[in-house]
Structures are given as structure tokens and as C-alpha cells.
Ligand binder design. Structure first.
Ligand code: SF4
Length: 222
């Protein structure tokens, strides 16, 4: 896209600080059902689901956990079987060796340091083996205490298209979003972008004429 065109488009829609509230409100109205797609019944199941979701789809994770969670309930259960057995049980999510090792390491730490419970603070969550910032952010948000903003591929693409960031690195994008998205919406905002990215602002074919953000988006094409 030519630089002058981008500048023109940014001028047309106005500064991001003025656009962010209507963007959030319209997305809330449009995607009232936006929520995490992973299925879980407890904090431990949430943590395991998010750890399994790396490099695969939520649908795939749900398929695996529907039987996995019948067998494994408490952190101790993941350590009561040989690692190879856990690997077999999560095989279909891919990267099963790494994931099994990370889950067992994490469960051991939950038992040793957190009384078998999932901690809420981001700095505690990222200490768990195999739990990176994105996983920690997802878990903290779902536990009702978002301390950051989850940046996945949809959040990155939409934040860039909507002119909310010029960055490409997820950590820098998150910092830009934290400056403008109201704190109360940090947990929901990624889900809104993910839903919008799947339904309307699709990677290869954004449906701009049908988009509720048309007049607020510098990348709009009609
Ligand atoms: S107007 Fe187009 S590019 Fe902008 S958010 Fe909507 S679908 Fe995406």
C-alpha cells in the first residue's frame, strides 16, 4: 500500500484514541457471543487446555480434552502415569512430547508451590514450565484477572489493519493496545478481535462492505 494512501486513510478515520471506544462497543454488539472456544470445567482444565492449544486449533484441543479430562482431574493425576502414557493421551494435539513434559512440570510446580491450585498473577503463571506470556495472559483473563492483552494471529492482523499499532512483534503490539484499550475490556478485547477476524476481517479476504468498523478503519476497501 502506498505510503501517502496510508497517511490519507489514517487522517480520514482520525486518531486511534478517539476510535477505540466505538470500535470496542460496536464489536461487543456485533459479537455478543465472543468468548474463549476451549472447553474446561476447572482452573486446572483451563490451564491444560491452553497449554495444549499451542500450534493447533481449539476444536482439536476440545476433541482431545473431552476424553483426557475424564481420566485426569487433579494435578497429581498427570504425574501418576508414565510420561509416555500422557504423550499418547494428548498425541492428537501435536508436539505431544514437549507438551507432556511441560504439563507434568507445571503440575509438579502447582503441587509443590501453589497447593495444587492455579496462580492468578501473570508473573507467577509465566514461571510454570512451558507457560509463555500468551498462555499466561489467556489463563489470567479467563480467571477474571486480565493483566495484559492476548495477542494471537487475529489480534495482530486486526490491530494492524485498524491502525491501532504499527508494530509487528506481539509484545510491542500488546503494549500499544494496553495504552488505549480500557482496562475493563482487556480480557474481552482479544476475543472480539478473534471473532471479527474469523467472521468478517478474514486474513485473505476481508469483508469490508459488511464490516461494522468500515468508517473507523484505515484499511477499509469498498
Ligand atoms: S473495514 Fe475491512 S479491513 Fe477494516 S476491520 Fe473491517 S473488514 Fe477488516
Amino acid at each position: 500500500m502506498a505510503r501517502s494512501f496510508v497517511r490519507e486513510a489514517r487522517k480520514r478515520v482520525g486518531p486511534k484514541r478517539e476510535r477505540i471506544l466505538p470500535i470496542v462497543e460496536r464489536l461487543k454488539a456485533e459479537h455478543a457471543d465472543a468468548r474463549i472456544a476451549l472447553r474446561f470445567r476447572s482452573d486446572v482444565e483451563l490451564l491444560v487446555s491452553v497449554m495444549l492449544s499451542a500450534q493447533t486449533t481449539d476444536v482439536n484441543v476440545n476433541r482431545v480434552t473431552s476424553t483426557l479430562f475424564e481420566k485426569y482431574h487433579r494435578p497429581e493425576d498427570y504425574l501418576a502415569v508414565p510420561q509416555e502414557e500422557l504423550e499418547r493421551d494428548i498425541y492428537a494435539t501435536g508436539f505431544f512430547r514437549q507438551k507432556a513434559k511441560a504439563i507434568r512440570g507445571t503440575m509438579a510446580m502447582l503441587i509443590a508451590e501453589y497447593d495444587g491450585r492455579v496462580p492468578r498473577r501473570l508473573e507467577e503463571l509465566v514461571r510454570l514450565p512451558g507457560v509463555a506470556r500468551k498462555t499466561a495472559n489467556v489463563v489470567a483473563a479467563e480467571l477474571g484477572e486480565p493483566q495484559g492483552i492476548v495477542v494471537d494471529t487475529h489480534v495482530r492482523r486486526l490491530s494492524q489493519r485498524l491502525g491501532l499499532t504499527r508494530q509487528d512483534d506481539p509484545v510491542k503490539i500488546e503494549r500499544d493496545l494496553q495504552r488505549i484499550v480500557p482496562r475493563a475490556d482487556w480480557g474481552l478485547f482479544p476475543h472480539l478481535l478473534i471473532w471479527h477476524g474469523r467472521r468478517v476481517c478474514i486474513a485473505r479476504a476481508p469483508q469490508c462492505p459488511d464490516c461494522v468498523l468500515l468508517d473507523l478503519c484505515p484499511s477499509a476497501r469498498v
